[in-house]
Design a protein around this ligand. Structure first.
Ligand code: 5AD
Length: 350
C-alpha cells in the first residue's frame, strides 16, 4: 500500500482501483505516512502559514430542501434571518480590523429576485475594501447572476458538488435539484473566471467507497482552486437525523489525497471537522489543510445558521477568537497568515 501513496505523490494521480484500495486500507501507520507526505507538500508550498477567511453567514433562508441540511426549507423549527447590507458591511469592517483580507459570504439559496441586492452588496464591499478578496457561497444561480456578481467584484465561489454519483445525489436531494445543474453551475463559474471551490461531505448517508472514488476522479478532472471537505454531521430536524457522523480518519485520508493530487489547492480545515472532534482543526492542518474560516457573523445570529447539530462557532472558530486560534496553531508549529492568499496558476503570492 505504501507504494500507492508514493505513486500518488510522484504522479499526482492514481487509477480508480488504486484509490479504492487506499480508501479501504485501515492501517494506521500507512494513514500516518499519507498524512505526513501531504503535510510536507503543504509546507513546501505555503510554509507553516495558514490562510484565514472571515465567514459571514448572510442568511439562513433557503429555497432548497436538502435532506442533510438543518436550514432546509421545510425545517420550521428555526428562526429565519437575513443580514442587511449594512450588517454585512459592518461584519467586514470588524473582520478587516482583526486582520481578515478575505470575506466569505455564505447563505441559503435565495430566489433570483434577490440577485440585484447581492450585486449591490458585493459592489459596496469591493468599494470599501479594494485590497480584499470576496468569496461567495450562495448556491446555484443563473449564469447571468454569477457574471454580475463577478463584475461587481467577487473573486471566488464555493459550491460543493456534494457527490458526483447521480444515484447518490438523488438520495441526498429532492427531485427538483439535479447533479447535472450543479455541475453546469461549476462549469459556468470557472468560465467566468472565479477561483472555484467544490467538495463533499464524508460519510453522508448512502455514500459508498465507489462513490468516493468517483468524487476523487471528478476533483482530479475539474481541478478546483479550493477543495472543501468535512464530515457529514446529523441535524436533529432533518430526515437524516438518525444517521451517524462521518469518520474522522476517512475525512483526513481524503484531505491528504487531495493535497497530494493538487499541491497548490486551498483546502480548509472545516468547521465540521472542528465540530467532530476538539482537535479536528489541528488534525486537518497536520493532514495537509492550509486554510481556516473563522466565523465573522453577528454573534446573536450564529446559532440560527445550524447546518448540523453542535456546529462550532465560538472560541478558535470565532473571528474574535483569532488570538485563541493563533495560540492553537502555534501549538502545532503553524502561524496565521494575514495575506489574501489567492490561488494563482499554481503559484501563490504571499
Ligand atoms: N453535515 C455536514 N456538512 C453539511 N453541510 C450541509 N449540511 C451538512 C451536514 N449536516 C455542508 C454542505 C454544504 C456546506 C455549506 O455545508 O456540504 O455544501
Amino acid at each position: 500500500m505504501k507504494h500507492l501513496i508514493d505513486k500518488l505523490r510522484s504522479n499526482r494521480r492514481l487509477d480508480a482501483e488504486e484509490y479504492k484500495a487506499l480508501l479501504l486500507c485501515r492501517d494506521t501507520a500507512l494513514a500516518a505516512y499519507l498524512q505526513g507526505l501531504a503535510r510536507e507538500e503543504a509546507l513546501a508550498r505555503f510554509g507553516n502559514k495558514i490562510f484565514i477567511r472571515g465567514l459571514i453567514e448572510i442568511t439562513n433562508r433557503c429555497r432548497n430542501n436538502c435532506y442533510y441540511c438543518g436550514i432546509r426549507k421545510e425545517n420550521r423549527n428555526i428562526t429565519r434571518y437575513e443580514l442587511t447590507q449594512e450588517e454585512i458591511l459592518s461584519c467586514c469592517h470588524e473582520g478587516y480590523r482583526l486582520g481578515f483580507r478575505t470575506f466569505v459570504l455564505q447563505g441559503g439559496e435565495a430566489p433570483a429576485v434577490k440577485d440585484e441586492g447581492m450585486v449591490e452588496t458585493v459592489a459596496a464591499i469591493r468599494q470599501s475594501f479594494p485590497d480584499c478578496a470576496i468569496t461567495l457561497s450562495l448556491g446555484e444561480k443563473s449564469r447571468e447572476a454569477y457574471e454580475r456578481f463577478f463584475l461587481a467584484g467577487a473573486n471566488r465561489y464555493l459550491l460543493r458538488h456534494e457527490t458526483c454519483n447521480e444515484r447518490h445525489y438523488r438520495k441526498l436531494h429532492p427531485a427538483e435539484m439535479s447533479l447535472s445543474h450543479r455541475l453546469q453551475c461549476l462549469g459556468w463559474l470557472k468560465e467566468i473566471g472565479y477561483q472555484v471551490g467544490t467538495g463533499i461531505m464524508v460519510g453522508s448517508p448512502y455514500q459508498t467507497v465507489d462513490y468516493l472514488v468517483e468524487d476523487i476522479l471528478f476533483i482530479e478532472r475539474f481541478h478546483p482552486e479550493m477543495i472543501g471537505i468535512g464530515p457529514f454531521l446529523p441535524h436533529h430536524d432533518t430526515p437524516f437525523s438518525s444517521f451517524s457522523s462521518g469518520d474522522m480518519e476517512l475525512t483526513l485520508k481524503l484531505l491528504s489525497i487531495f493535497r497530494l493530487m493538487h499541491p497548490s489547492a486551498l483546502i480548509p480545515a472545516t468547521t465540521a471537522l472542528a465540530t467532530l472532534a476538539p482537535d479536528g482543526r489541528e488534525r486537518g492542518i497536520l493532514a495537509g489543510a492550509n486554510v481556516v474560516m473563522p466565523n465573522l457573523s453577528p454573534s446573536h445570529q450564529r446559532a440560527k445558521y445550524s447546518l448540523y447539530d453542535n456546529k462550532a462557532s465560538v472560541g478558535a472558530e470565532a473571528a474574535e477568537g483569532l488570538q485563541k486560534l493563533e495560540e492553537r496553531l502555534k501549538g502545532i508549529g503553524y502561524e496565521v497568515s494575514k495575506e489574501r492568499g489567492d490561488y494563482e496558476n499554481g503559484e501563490l503570492t504571499v
